[in-house]
Design a protein. Structure first.
Length: 128
């Protein structure tokens, strides 16, 4: 029997991911122009440099927090692919793991080798 992935959930998940990335890119484009607008329009917002700087860093920190959540999710997908749990086919696992780790700038093959070695050592010699 040929193993197939449920295509509807995979397509909807990838579409949702692409939409989330596009929304994040759009949000990042508006952070600096918004601060510039607020600094020129003094009737709407107090244009004290410290307030604007604090607002700018707060918005960027908020953006970076959610960006790190997305990166952590991508790492989890690559991690599961490295263990071979995404598919019954090793080629699919390696392809998805390589793409996921490349996206977050982490070397897939070196990580997979060192991670499997560490897991093996913990399972065989648990008290060293």
């Amino acid at each position: 029997m040929l193993y197939t992935l449920p295509s509807t959930s995979l397509v909807s998940t990838s579409t949702a991911f692409v939409d989330a990335v596009a929304s994040a890119k759009q949000a990042a484009k508006f952070i600096d122009p918004s601060i510039t607008y607020l600094s020129t329009n003094t009737t709407f917002f107090p244009s004290h440099p410290y307030v604007l700087s604090l607002l700018k860093w707060s918005l960027w920190s908020f953006y970076w927090f959610f960006q790190s959540l997305v990166g952590g999710g991508i790492f989890c997908i690559g991690h599961d692919a490295g263990h071979g749990t995404l598919s019954n086919y090793q080629l699919i696992n390696h392809t998805i793991g390589y793409i996921a780790h490349t996206f977050i700038l982490s070397p897939y093959w070196a990580w997979r080798h060192s991670h499997r070695y560490a897991i093996y050592r913990m399972a065989v010699i648990p008290y060293l």
